[in-house]
Write a protein that binds this ligand. Structure first.
Ligand SMILES: Cc1ncc(COP(=O)(O)O)c(C=O)c1O
Length: 324
């Protein structure tokens, strides 16, 4: 994995070679960081970043949940991300990884003794899953409960749970792991939210369950409802999962990925279904800037197109510095 040449770190653009941290970095030992995953896509001569502002807002919310009080605002981080993309001259699909982490002054578990840092790196990125039509398993690892760690925070330490599930699934020949809550209800994939389809209606676990409040999840709920589908946020049992007509996962990395088999049981007829196909189609149209209604979700990095600029400024986009 080779990042683009420039990384933004603590207010400066530095080369990725110089963007290093000491071995005693607190986050490296204890997972005391929060991060985001954001995608950028080329559209014509432009590059769009999907829901940049919402990702940065979630980053700040995550930080606050785990006693990290960031110096930067979501607006500031959104602006430097656009500048970083321009500085790196990113013109292809890419994954943006902002992280807020703690320094190397102390190995004490009291976070107040550690300094706070922020960085944003960008890597070239295409598909997360090698195929559409995934084979998944219910993980032996249960989702951590909110009484142990705030699952709404995209916190580095929370991801050991996800890493264990995904690695175990891979070892056992599956593409993805699905985690149940401590109570046995369906939560999410190792790095995605989950939707099931029954009788052409969509169901996804509610935000009161221990899941990440996925930005793709939110986008898909909106897109589906606007397309006339009924979407319900409700708890899903393991039996409902196995007997659903279709299952798909949503996430920044995974986008919209169909699941065709879970624990050796075919979902529906074992092939991607029509609702998943329609959702994927809508999501692609959205990312190709073909759905005007959702322009506010797209930050244009290089656009010279006045009508798009007007659409952006009408909505709540951060103010960008002009490119020289
Ligand atoms: C555990 C987990 N759930 C859900 C998601 C999906 O969230 P989003 O759509 O915001 O990427 C992710 C990915 O960020 C994740 O890591």
């Amino acid at each position: 994995m080779t990042p683009f040449n420039y990384v933004w770190m603590n207010g400066n653009f530095v080369t990725s070679k110089d963007a290093t941290v000491p071995i005693l970095t607190h986050t490296l030992h204890y997972g005391t960081g929060v991060f985001e995953g954001i995608r950028a896509y080329p559209v014509g001569n432009d590059l769009i970043i999907f829901r940049l502002q919402e990702h940065m807002e979630r980053l700040i919310r995550s930080a606050k949940m785990v006693y990290l009080n960031p110096r930067y605002t979501a607006d500031q981080l959104s602006i430097v991300t656009v500048e970083l993309m321009r500085k790196n001259e990113v013109r292809r699909s890419a994954y943006i990884r902002p992280i807020i982490f703690t320094g190397s002054e102390s190995l004490d578990l009291d976070l107040r003794k550690s300094s706070l840092h922020a960085a944003i790196a960008v890597i070239p990125f295409d598909k997360y899953f090698e195929k559409d039509g995934l084979k998944a398993c219910i993980s032996n690892w249960r989702k951590i409960s909110d009484s142990s760690s705030p699952t709404k925070a995209k916190a580095s330490g929370n991801y050991l749970n996800c890493v264990l599930a995904k690695t175990e699934a891979g070892i056992n020949g599956y593409d993805e792991a699905l985690l149940l809550s401590q109570d046995g209800t369906v939560c999410e994939g190792s790095g995605e939210n989950i939707f099931i389809v029954r009788n052409r209606e969509l169901y996804t676990p509610p935000l009161s369950s221990p899941i990440l409040a996925g930005i793709t999840r939110d986008s898909i709920i909106t897109l589906a409802r606007d397309d006339g589908m009924r979407v319900f946020e409700k708890e899903i049992t393991r039996a409902e999962l196995y007997s659903s007509d279709e299952v798909f996962l949503t996430g920044t990395a995974a986008e919209v990925s169909s699941v065709v088999e879970i624990d050796e049981r075919k979902i529906g007829n074992g092939r991607k279904g029509p609702i998943t196909t329609r959702i994927q189609e809508l999501f692609s149209l959205l990312l190709a800037c073909k759905l005007d209604k959702y322009f506010a979700w797209l930050t244009h990095v290089y656009t010279e197109n006045q009508s798009i600029k007007a659409a952006i400024t009408k909505n709540r986009q951060p103010r960008m510095k002009r490119r020289s």
